[in-house]
Design a binder for this molecule. Structure first.
Ligand code: GLY
Length: 420
């Protein structure tokens, strides 16, 4: 028979268990990062709650002499592609974007990761709210980045709060993404602007996760087959001998290569840092979904190249591996966060994975230091500082950007899972 003392004992041990569970076993730097991230994301979610936009970055300006020194060429060679400098009063204010911008899915995705990392239900409520905002994108076909947009928002919703309407959004978007695939060329088309015949950017490897997701949800292999074909074609034409990647490869209609070059990097032959991050991340995902060792080999080769070519002492790479390193050369926290997240996953697929884990840990510790992590309430609600969007366009130089926050949180999640 249960007496009063037993009841009290059960009661108090229950309180104790609950209290113990709320005590974190994380390192102090991780707890601080999660605290800052939750606070920043909630601030932003609250500020934008009555709008239809997403937070993207902070407006930055540029000085042409600085761009010339980073690009090591005369302004006349890039003047045509420069964005207008924003007016002074706009500088360091938040640059919001519409749901049709390629970065729109990252804020909802960050809310999902922050919820997953903390268990805070108010973050889940915001994640649902901001993911729902993305719904019209499931009808949109004019952009290859619908993979990023929907997989980071609805893809995470499907992991953490699955239901049939989320599934339908993912499958419909995958159909739309496949409509951009050309059988003759063997790739999904990237941009619809510019002088190229059929441009495919290394970034496009990141859109394949949506296709893998659609196959996993439906059992229909066609999405995965297109992803695999795209990855094989890219493997053939995007990489140089040293496993650095071109940013843009354009194809002729018969599938031959029209040109290999850059849009956001220092020059056509350089190794634009985020592009190298997209490459190692994309091929690691392809290996996860197919177990094809050719994909694993590419991921490893790119990872080794990154460790050799990234000369930043804090491991948060400079914006382009070939940029001249001067005191004002910007680091790119977004590239570092993508690399960290990819390396953590890659570390689980190879016997000597510890080196990738350690490298990612170094990056995460740097990003979580005062050099990159915002103070609570600062940085216009973004988590990390110091990313670069497109230096040759004079756009988003040394500024917070939503995808840096997203991959940082994803990397923290992967890191904590592996530590366990
Ligand atoms: N996908 C565009 C970028 O990485 O900036």
């Amino acid at each position: 028979m249960i007496n009063m003392r037993t009841v009290l004992n059960l009661f108090f041990s229950g309180i104790l268990i609950t209290a113990c569970q709320s005590v974190s076993n994380n390192d102090e730097w991780v707890d601080k990062a999660l605290d800052v991230a939750s606070c920043q994301l909630k601030l932003t979610a609250n500020e934008l709650k009555d709008s239809t936009v997403m937070p993207r970055s902070l407006w930055t300006g540029y000085d042409v002499a600085f761009l010339e020194s980073q690009l090591e060429r005369d302004a006349s060679t890039f003047a045509d592609s420069l964005w207008a400098n924003p007016p002074k009063e706009k500088l360091r204010t938040r640059r919001n974007c519409s749901i049709y911008d390629w970065t729109s899915g990252f804020f909802p995705g960050s809310l999902w990761y922050a919820y997953e990392l903390t268990g805070d239900e108010s973050l889940k409520a915001e994640a649902i709210e901001y993911t729902n905002r993305m719904f019209p994108v499931s009808k949109y076909k004019d952009n290859h980045d619908i993979g990023f947009m929907i997989n980071c928002s609805y893809g995470n919703a499907m992991r953490l709060a699955p239901n049939d309407s989320i599934r339908n959004v993912i499958v419909e978007t995958a159909e739309n993404l496949c409509s951009r695939f050309n059988v003759q060329i063997g790739c999904i088309r990237s941009w619809d602007f510019g002088h190229w015949n059929y441009p495919v950017i290394i970034d496009n490897m990141m859109n394949l996760d949506l296709l893998f997701n659609a196959t996993n949800l439906t059992g229909d292999e066609k999405y995965k087959q297109i992803a695999v074909r795209h990855a094989y074609t890219t493997m053939k034409h995007h990489f140089r001998q040293d496993f650095t990647s071109y940013h843009v490869v354009s194809y002729n209609n018969d599938g031959s290569v029209e040109s290999q070059g850059t849009h956001q990097g220092k020059n056509d032959d350089s190794a634009w840092a985020r592009g190298q991050g997209w490459a190692v991340y994309g091929y690691t995902s392809c290996y996860r979904e197919t177990k094809d060792v050719k994909f694993l080999e590419v991921a490893i080769n790119v990872a080794e190249m990154i460790m050799k070519r990234n000369i930043a002492s804090d491991k948060v790479c400079y914006w382009d591996f070939d940029a001249p390193v001067k005191k004002d050369t910007p680091h790119d926290a977004s590239a570092a966060a993508v690399i960290a997240s990819a390396f953590l996953e890659l570390s689980t697929y190879v016997e000597d994975g510890r080196k990738y884990f350690n490298y990612a840990e170094e990056i995460l510790k740097s990003l979580s230091s005062n050099d990159y992590l915002s103070e609570k309430g600062d940085n216009k609600g973004f988590v990390l500082m110091h990313s670069v969007g497109s230096l040759p366009h004079g756009s988003e130089i040394d500024t917070p950007i939503n995808y840096a926050d997203y991959y940082y949180l994803e990397a923290l999640k992967r890191y904590l899972d592996l530590k366990k």
